[in-house]
Write a protein that binds this ligand. Structure first.
Ligand code: BTN
Length: 315
């Protein structure tokens, strides 16, 4: 399938015979693969008798050579998976050693925070999972999810999306529209060596999607498509630098940058935790990345993966 897409991505016409010759398969096999592309990947092909098949407008796929040549970690680029986070876990179970990155052109079961799904259409966005081994147990992981948010934000700013900001703990938004999300998953011994999977989704070139909540993409913000391979590389580099600094100095060096870009700093918010709702004012974060809120005039700190923040006036 990948080889067929590589041939069609130029947007020009290719006859069934030519495709079969180049792929070393029969015309019937080509036809079956073309049907699968249309059915499984929602790709619309243009067919003209005597000319063959064409992908209107062409398609820019992730370029493994570009990404692997400059990435700080080994990278694998998949056409299709259920979830890059789930794929990382399967590869770990098979004995693959961290660190490594998995990228995919689409996810059929993309996972979001708090049990949500993550929309992952083919060849439009970035679905990126990095796994690292961390010594010192869960305390060494403290603040890492916010650090990942800073790295994503730096990558987006470097690409010119200057309106992007953060919402605790690690949502990346423009205004109230979601641009990127981060799902951190921990495995291993909570007191010793653990493996951290950083699952990052960035809406890169998506222009239409039927999603419940407000969203945007890099392309929407910039008015032109973005090179996803370069964006993936920039993300990997920023993550690499931020994680290295966190390893030596903890979360503290990130605190002021994080607060500078916190979109809801000083706003009236409600914090959802299971069935309970805590209302107050968002004051910022502490030097471990916990959310500081003024609740009935008293400053309190909150942390934990299942917490979710909303604006108080957001019905
Ligand atoms: C969120 O809910 O904000 C987090 C979304 C995280 C989505 C990314 S896409 C790559 C990785 N694989 C997944 O299944 N989820 C994460």
């Amino acid at each position: 399938m990948q080889a067929l897409l590589e041939l069609l991505k130029d947007g020009h016409f290719h006859s069934g015979e030519e495709l079969g010759r180049l792929l070393g398969v029969s015309r019937t096999a080509v036809w079956k693969q073309l049907q699968q592309l249309e059915r499984d990947f929602s790709i619309r092909l243009h067919r003209v008798r005597g000319k063959g098949y064409r992908l209107p407008g062409g398609m820019r796929l992730l370029d493994p050579a570009v990404i692997c040549s400059a990435s700080p970690w080994p990278v694998e680029v998949l056409l299709d998976t259920d979830s890059t986070n789930a794929q990382v876990v399967r590869e770990l179970a098979l004995g693959r050693c961290p660190p490594f990155v998995i990228l995919a052109e689409r996810q059929t079961g993309g996972r979001g925070r708090r049990g949500r799904s993550w929309s992952s259409p083919f060849a439009e966005n970035l679905y990126f999972s990095l796994v690292l081994e961390v010594e010192g147990g869960f305390p060494s992981v403290e603040g890492l999810s916010l650090v990942a948010g800073v790295a994503v934000l730096r990558a987006l700013h470097a690409f010119g999306v200057l309106g992007a900001g953060l919402k605790w703990p690690n949502d990346v938004l423009v205004g109230d529209a979601k641009l990127a999300g981060i799902l951190l998953e921990l495995y291993g011994d909570p007191a010793d060596i653990c493996r951290v999977v950083f699952g990052i989704g960035i809406n890169a070139n998506m222009l239409s999607a039927d999603l419940e909540r407000s969203w945007t993409s890099v392309r929407r913000e910039l008015g032109e498509p973005v090179d996803r391979s370069q964006l993936a590389l920039m993300l990997a580099r920023q993550l690499h630098d931020c994680i290295a600094l966190h390893k030596t100095h903890g979360f503290e060096p990130f605190r002021s940058e994080w607060e500078r870009y916190h979109l809801w700093q000083g706003r009236k918010v409600k914090l959802l935790s299971g069935q309970s709702i805590i209302e107050g004012e968002a004051l910022g974060i502490d030097d471990r990345g916990a959310l500081r809120m003024s609740v009935e005039g008293v400053e309190r700190s909150f942390s934990g993966g299942e917490l979710s923040l909303r604006l108080s006036d957001d019905s």
